[in-house]
Design a protein around this ligand. Structure first.
Ligand SMILES: NC(=O)c1ccc[n+]([C@@H]2O[C@H](COP(=O)([O-])OP(=O)(O)OC[C@H]3O[C@@H](n4cnc5c(N)ncnc54)[C@H](OP(=O)(O)O)[C@@H]3O)[C@@H](O)[C@H]2O)c1
Length: 441
C-alpha cells in the first residue's frame, strides 16, 4: 500500500516508517518543510516520497490524498484549536469517502483520564480526558463518524511510548541526570500504561492492513507500570544510584506547566488485550523498566562492528551476560557465576590482584568467597564499551559501582573497572578472561 503519513519525522512516525517499509508498504511523508536531499535515507526516513503540508493550515493539505494513496495515518499532533483540527480531519478523510480505504488517527490513553480502582480499562470505557487532551474525544468522534461514509476509520490510543532512547522516559533520564536523585510526579502509587515504540509501530501496520471501520485500539503492552519503578530505572540509565523521590504537583507545574504536570501525575491501568486477540498484534520488545536499565537509554560505545541490528543484538547479548554476572554476585549464586565462564582455560584476576587460573581454581575460590559476600554491600555492573576484536571475540569495559542492599551508592567505596574478554561459542557469549581493577577517583 502507498500510505500517506503525517508526523513522519517524529518519534513515533520514524518507527512507523520503518515498520511500514519492512512490511512492503510505501510511505508518502507529509512534512512541514522539505527534508534535505540525502537526509530522507536515514533510518525512519525510508520514504517513497514527500508532500509539504502543515496541520496548522488545513488548506496546505488539500490535494495530499491523491487517488494513488491507499491509506492515511495521521500522527501529527493536533493544534488544540477545534476548528483547525476538524478542518484537517475533513481535508484528509474526504477523498477517502466511499472507497473503504483506511484512515488511522492517533489519539492517546490520556483521553481516558484517571482509571481509579478499575484495572485494565478497555476500549469500551467512556472518555474522561485530562486538560491537555480535552479536545481529543471530539476529534476521535469526528474520525469514527467517517466509518458511515465508507472510510475504514480507525483510532489508535498509544500508552506512554518508550524505546529508541526517546519519548517521555527520556525526560525522566534527563531530569535524573540534572537533579539527582531521580524524580517522579504526583502520588507514590501512580502507574503509567506503556508501549515500546517498535511494538506500537507494528500496531499501526496491523491497523492499516486489517482493522475494521469504526474501531478503537489501545496501543498498550504493559497496562500499569509503577512510575516509581520507571524513575528508579531512569536513574540507573543516568548513572544515578539513589532512591527516587516524588515531586509535588505544584513544583512539577512550575517546571512543565500545569497541563503536562497533570498528565505526568495521572494514574492509569489500561488494557491492550483487544489488539492482540482481534488484530493479532504481538508486542515483543522489552518492557519499559528493562529498556531503561539495559536498553536504548544506556548507550554503549561500540567499536569494530558495523552499525545495524545484528551488532545491536550482539551488544544486547553481551549486556545480558554482564547482567548475569551482576545477578549471580547479588544473589551469591556460585553456580550461576561459574556458568558465565568458558570451560577452556579461563583466567580471572580479582580486584585485589589475585590471579585464578583455570576453571577449577575459579570454582574453588568462588565457592569460598561468594556465599555471605553481600552481607554488607553488593555492586551494580554497567557495560560501557565493547570492542569486537573478531565477530566472536569482544573486549568489554564494565563499570562496577558498590551499592547497599537497597541499591543506593556507597559513596566512600571506590568503583571497579572490570575488563572482560568474551568469546562466542555455540551461539553463546562467555567470559574467557577477566580482570578487575579498582578505580582511584
Ligand atoms: N510519545 C508518546 O508517548 C505519545 C503517547 C500517546 C500519543 N501520542 C501522540 O502521537 C503523536 C505523535 O507523537 P510523537 O511522540 O511522535 O511526537 P513528535 O516526536 O513530537 O513528532 C511530531 C510529528 O508531528 C509533526 N508536526 C508537528 N506539528 C506539525 C504541523 N503543524 N504540521 C505538520 N506536521 C507537524 C512533527 O514534524 P516536524 O519534524 O516538522 O516537527 C513530527 O513529525 C502525537 O499526536 C502525540 O500526541 C504520543
Amino acid at each position: 500500500m502507498k500510505v500517506l503519513l503525517t508526523g513522519a519525522t517524529g518519534y513515533i512516525g520514524s518507527a512507523v516508517t520503518d515498520h511500514l517499509t519492512a512490511a512492503g508498504h510505501q510511505v508518502v511523508a507529509v512534512t512541514r518543510t522539505a527534508v534535505a536531499p540525502g537526509a530522507e535515507h536515514r533510518p525512519g526516513r525510508s520514504w517513497h516520497s514527500q508532500v509539504i503540508g502543515d496541520t496548522a493550515d488545513p488548506a496546505s493539505l488539500a490535494g495530499a490524498v491523491t487517488p494513488e494513496v491507499d491509506a492515511v495515518i495521521h500522527l501529527a499532533p493536533p493544534s488544540g484549536e477545534a476548528d483547525v483540527d476538524a478542518a484537517v480531519i475533513e481535508t484528509l478523510a474526504a477523498p477517502l469517502r466511499g472507497t473503504g480505504r483506511p484512515f488511522v488517527y492517533t489519539s492517546g490513553v490520556w483521553v481516558l483520564g484517571a482509571t481509579g480502582e478499575a484495572q485494565e480499562v478497555t476500549e469500551e470505557a467512556p472518555t474522561n480526558p485530562i486538560g491537555i487532551v480535552g479536545y481529543r474525544p471530539a476529534i476521535e468522534r469526528q474520525v469514527l463518524a467517517e466509518a458511515a461514509e465508507g472510510v475504514r476509520a480507525v483510532v489508535i490510543r498509544p500508552g506512554i511510548v518508550h524505546g529508541r532512547g526517546g519519548g517521555i522516559p527520556a525526560l525522566l533520564v534527563e531530569r535524573a541526570r540534572e537533579h539527582q536523585p531521580p524524580q517522579y510526579y504526583g502520588k507514590e502509587d501512580v502507574r503509567w500504561p506503556m508501549v515500546h515504540v517498535d511494538d506500537l509501530a507494528e500496531l499501526f501496520v496491523a491497523a492499516v492492513e486489517r482493522a475494521e471501520a469504526g474501531t478503537v485500539w489501545h496501543g498498550v503492552s504493559e497496562s500499569a507500570v509503577p512510575v516509581r519503578d520507571l524513575a528508579r530505572a531512569a536513574g540507573r540509565a543516568a548513572g544515578v544510584l539513589a532512591a527516587p523521590h516524588t515531586v509535588s504537583a505544584e513544583q512539577t507545574a512550575e517546571v512543565y506547566g500545569p497541563l503536562f504536570a497533570e498528565a505526568l501525575a495521572l494514574d492509569q491501568s489500561v488494557s491492550g488485550a483487544a489488539a492482540r486477540t482481534v488484530l493479532g498484534w504481538r508486542p515483543s520488545r522489552p518492557g519499559a523498566v528493562s529498556e531503561l536499565v539495559s536498553g536504548s537509554y544506556r548507550p554503549v560505545e561500540v567499536f569494530g562492528a558495523p552499525d545495524g541490528p545484528e551488532t545491536d543484538a550482539e551488544v544486547a547479548a553481551i549486556r545480558r551476560l554482564v547482567a548475569e554476572v551482576e545477578y549471580a554476585q547479588q544473589t551469591e549464586s556460585v553456580d550461576r557465576f561459574l556458568a558465565v565462564f568458558r570451560r577452556q582455560d579461563p583466567v580471572w584476576t580479582t580486584g585485589h590482584g589475585k590471579r585464578l587460573s583455570g576453571f577449577e581454581e575459579i570454582a574453588t575460590f568462588t565457592g569460598q568467597v561468594l556465599p555471605g559476600a553481600t552481607a554488607e554491600s553488593t555492586a551494580v555492573y554497567d557495560v560501557e564499551r565493547v570492542l569486537f576484536l573478531r565477530p566472536d571475540v569482544a573486549a568489554v569495559n564494565v563499570r562496577q559501582q558498590p551499592v547497599r542492599g537497597d541499591g543506593t551508592r556507597i559513596a566512600d567505596r571506590p568503583e571497579g573497572r572490570p575488563f572482560y574478554i568474551l568469546v562466542k561459542e555455540d551461539g553463546t557469549w562467555r567470559v574467557g578472561a577477566a580482570q578487575n581493577t579498582v578505580a582511584v577517583a
